[in-house]
Ligand binder design. Sequence first.
Ligand code: C5P
Length: 288
Amino acid sequence: MTHTESAWAKINLTLDILGKRPDGYHEMKMVMQSIDLCDDLELSEREAPGTAVSSTLPYLPRDGGNIAAKAAEAFFAHLGRPAPGLDIHIRKQIPVCAGMAGGSSDAAAVLRLLRRHYAPSMPEEELEAVAAQVGSDVPYCVRGGTALARGRGEILTDLPPLPACYFAVCKPTFPISTPELFAQVRTRRLHCHPDTAGMISALEQGDLEGVAHRLYNVFEDVLPRKYAQVFEIKRSLLDLGAIAASMTGSGPTVFGLFRDEENARQAADALKAHFPAAFFCKNVGRAV
Ligand code: C5P
């Protein structure tokens, strides 16, 4: 029997880096939002032992090197029982190395599926603790919706949903590696920070203008010059009618926030003429 699950991408409404931790990770404060761009996962048991991963992108790892397989391994290790043989197939639509948590969301979808079928009474916090072993963004991806993420990214607080709005999302032609960009960060040299408290109160008040004007990602301030296309796409999104635009995660994907659905669709279409990975998106609520 094959089980299916959607793995939603995320964007950062804010991303702040508070400092470097003794464990080598960075202390984060981020307002995260799921969007309706998703990978589709299929999971089935098989006779042969181990987890095999296949996907529509031939260069993704096919075995234990794939974060989706790591999630399955961590789940059964946590349950203290041998893992059954598993086949995972991923229809990739979320761009890779793009700042939209594509891999983390695949891992999170695997964890949601495995809980549903092997441990339905496992509390959500327990599943998120397993997710934290797999990657910093995986606990948020298990939950989805609008949330504040702190610590490495694994300390989560639900936030009120975004007021009605639409996104045009566009990935430049190059990827960015998350560890590479974290290596650029010298936290004492980050002089500007997002108004996270203001973002949260704008969400509480359903104030779309307030949300739009507080989009801020400190990674933009340490972006090497070779990635300047990020700022060109931001400019294009504003010219195309976005209220505001920002990079998501460690980039390079940029999103524009629009009040009007048709305007966002047209902006995504206009960008698609130059960039293959351009999408019209809506926000989505919690996955669990
Ligand atoms: O947790 P995850 O494996 O997704 O993190 C990938 C890399 O990103 C880490 O090895 C680290 O270099 C960096 N990172 C960080 N601080 C975080 C999250 C990730 O420095 N809070």
